[in-house]
Write a protein that binds this ligand. Structure first.
Ligand SMILES: [Fe+2]
Ligand SMILES: [Fe+2]
Length: 220
């Protein structure tokens, strides 16, 4: 059965991620390249392992996590749908129809906020992706430009982000340290409320409560 290691050696997948990084940098968007892909893959695997999904599901979440953004080089809008279809074109022969459907769905669902979830793999990928908020994702260097865009501003203000899982209390908690001199907490909410609601939906699908801690203050 194909693993993340093999997917990570696929020249087309790697090139698509590279082109995505270039295309989104040209748009002054936050980083969506190899580092984000690897982080989401690793974080998804950790979440899946900690909540007790099967070994194969752990592999599938990491594969979907690694490839979830790789169609951004074609279009930012619909990149989730395009990503699922590209995945199918590249790897149709490497998965059973069921596994292929699960990974395609997870790639699709990561940016489909109105979706009602029906699979744990999708839910885990959402949590891994949406929790990647960090200063290092801001690609532009010009401080004036950073300050002029709320997405960049909020990411830049985030000095650390950690996703913790507590199996006993059934909580998945995102803890962020935000530089409030740089961005007021209200701005954070302006941008991230929708994302956090999506994380809550994903956690709830997995049987967990979603917690949010900002600068050591428990908000959720
Ligand atoms: Fe995405
Ligand atoms: Fe992403």
């Amino acid at each position: 059965m194909i693993t993340l290691k093999e997917i990570q050696k696929n020249p087309s997948a790697l090139e698509f991620i590279k082109q995505t990084e270039i295309a989104l940098r040209a748009l002054d968007y936050t980083h969506h390249g190899l580092k984000h892909s690897k982080l989401v893959a690793n974080r998804a695997r950790t979440v899946a392992r900690e909540i007790g999904l099967s070994k194969r599901s752990q592999e599938l979440v990491s594969i979907a996590g690694f490839t979830h953004d790789f169609a951004n080089f074609l279009s930012r809008t619909y990149h989730n749908y395009l990503g699922a279809l590209i995945f199918q074109q590249l790897f149709a022969n490497d998965f059973s129809p069921k596994e292929l459907a699960i990974v395609m769905q997870a790639i699709c669902n990561h940016d489909k906020y109105k979706m009602k979830l029906s699979n744990s793999v999708s839910a885990v990928v959402i949590l891994a992706d949406k929790s990647d908020v960090h200063r290092s994702r801001v690609t532009i260097k010009d401080m004036k430009k950073i300050k002029s865009d709320i997405h960049n501003r909020v990411n830049y203000a985030t000095k650390s982000s950690r996703l913790g899982i507590n199996k006993k209390s059934k909580r998945i908690t995102l803890s962020l340290k935000i530089d409030t001199n740089f961005v007021p907490l209200m701005e954070y909410f302006e941008i991230f409320t929708e994302r956090m609601v999506y994380c809550r939906k994903a956690a709830s699908y997995l049987g967990y409560k979603f917690g949010l801690v900002l600068n050591n203050i428990k908000l959720l």
